[in-house]
Design a protein around this ligand. Structure first.
Ligand code: TRP
Length: 337
């Protein structure tokens, strides 16, 4: 059923809540389309992880479909990549339980994301939130992923995944591939437009801080106009002293392929206002074809349903193989099929 390749396996998970931001796009999603030629790639919409924070069922379902459609619209080919919903492949949960028994409370208590989220959602510090990294380890180890593209904030979760894999391998013999974080070469960290010392975030309460991939052109222009700069003038790259304008230069550089030095040269006589419009224009043009494809996909429910079904079937086939091996090694009674 499944074509096995000798290519290295890339696995990544993406939270379905909120629309992807310009930061997600430049730092992650955009690069995935390039990887599909060189690697065997799987992208999982991690709906189960998203439940560690309370979700409105109707909104949540929509958000899950939207995330998948947006991945397709950005150029991920569903033939070349496996795209699917985490909840459609029950082996993620099964492996996660088993791995729980090889993970220590102490390790999980040290996770910075758990500490941050516990503070942010003090009224809902659920066991799932605590266990989040183990489900993530299961996601990755289930497919013996070699490389895991993630942002810097997820490195600690990759570390614990490696620790769990090594621990298991030491106990039962080589079972899991020990994965590595894959940090893309290109693409600067994109910062908030309102507080350029903070990362651009999906969940920023300030509506002007974040550009979303589905923002209309006029919204993008408005947000750029309001972007924080400084009282100085001059399009000069200096992330320390001029974080706002440097962030805009980074955005333009990432989208045009020009270096910040080139941009500094070419825009030296420009005022902030004109420069902001230029950056807005570049973003609008970048997102235009993606938004068009997204709208077409949203209408093509049948195609989307087929992609989702195929993706889950292809992922399950691989997942089952690893899970059976793990169950056998641990000593669970074999199940006749
Ligand atoms: N925790 C990741 C994030 O918030 C999402 C995620 C879940 C993931 N499972 C994964 C990323 C497996 C990479 C691999 O961004």
């Amino acid at each position: 059923m499944q074509q096995e390749t000798q290519k290295k396996l890339i696995f990544s998970g993406i939270q379905p809540t909120g629309v992807f931001t310009l930061g997600n796009y430049i730092g992650a999603v955009r690069n995935w389309g390039i990887l599909q030629e060189e690697y065997d790639c799987m992208y999982c919409v991690v709906d189960l992880h998203a439940l560690t924070v309370r979700q409105n069922p109707t909104e949540f379902r929509k958000a899950c479909y939207r995330a998948l459609a947006l991945l397709l619209a950005t150029g991920l080919d569903p033939q070349k990549n496996i795209l699917y919903f985490q909840s459609h492949v029950p082996q993620h949960c099964e492996l996660s339980w088993l791995l729980n028994c090889y993970t220590y409370m102490g390790e999980l208590s040290r996770m910075t994301q758990f500490k941050d989220k516990s503070e942010k959602h003090a009224d809902n510090i659920n066991a799932g939130l605590f266990d989040y990294p183990v489900l993530m380890a299961a996601d990755i180890l289930l497919y013996n992923a070699d490389l895991v593209p993630v942002g810097a904030d997820q490195k600690q979760h990759i570390e614990i995944t490696r620790d769990i894999a090594i621990r298991f391998n030491n106990l039962y013999g080589d079972t899991f591939t020990v994965p590595e974080a894959y940090i893309p070469k290109s693409g600067a960290r994109i910062m908030s437009l309102s507080e350029p010392d903070q990362k651009m975030s999906k969940s920023d309460p300030n509506a002007n801080a974040t550009i979303y991939m589905l923002d209309e052109p006029d919204v993008i222009v408005r947000k750029l106009k309001r972007a924080v700069t400084d009282s100085d003038s001059g399009i000069v790259f200096d992330p320390e002293k001029k974080p706002g304008i440097s962030n805009l230069m980074n955005i333009l550089s990432s989208l045009t392929g020009k270096t910040v030095a080139q941009i500094q040269d070419e825009c030296s006589s420009m005022g902030y206002g004109d420069f902001k419009l230029m950056v807005a224009e570049a973003i609008v043009e970048e997102f235009r074809p993606i938004q068009e494809r997204f709208k077409a996909l949203e209408k093509d429910k049948q195609f989307l349903a087929q992609v989702i079904k195929d993706g889950a079937a292809r992922a399950s086939y691989r997942a089952l193989r690893t899970l059976s091996k793990v169950q056998k090694r641990i000593g669970l009674p074999p199940r006749e099929r």
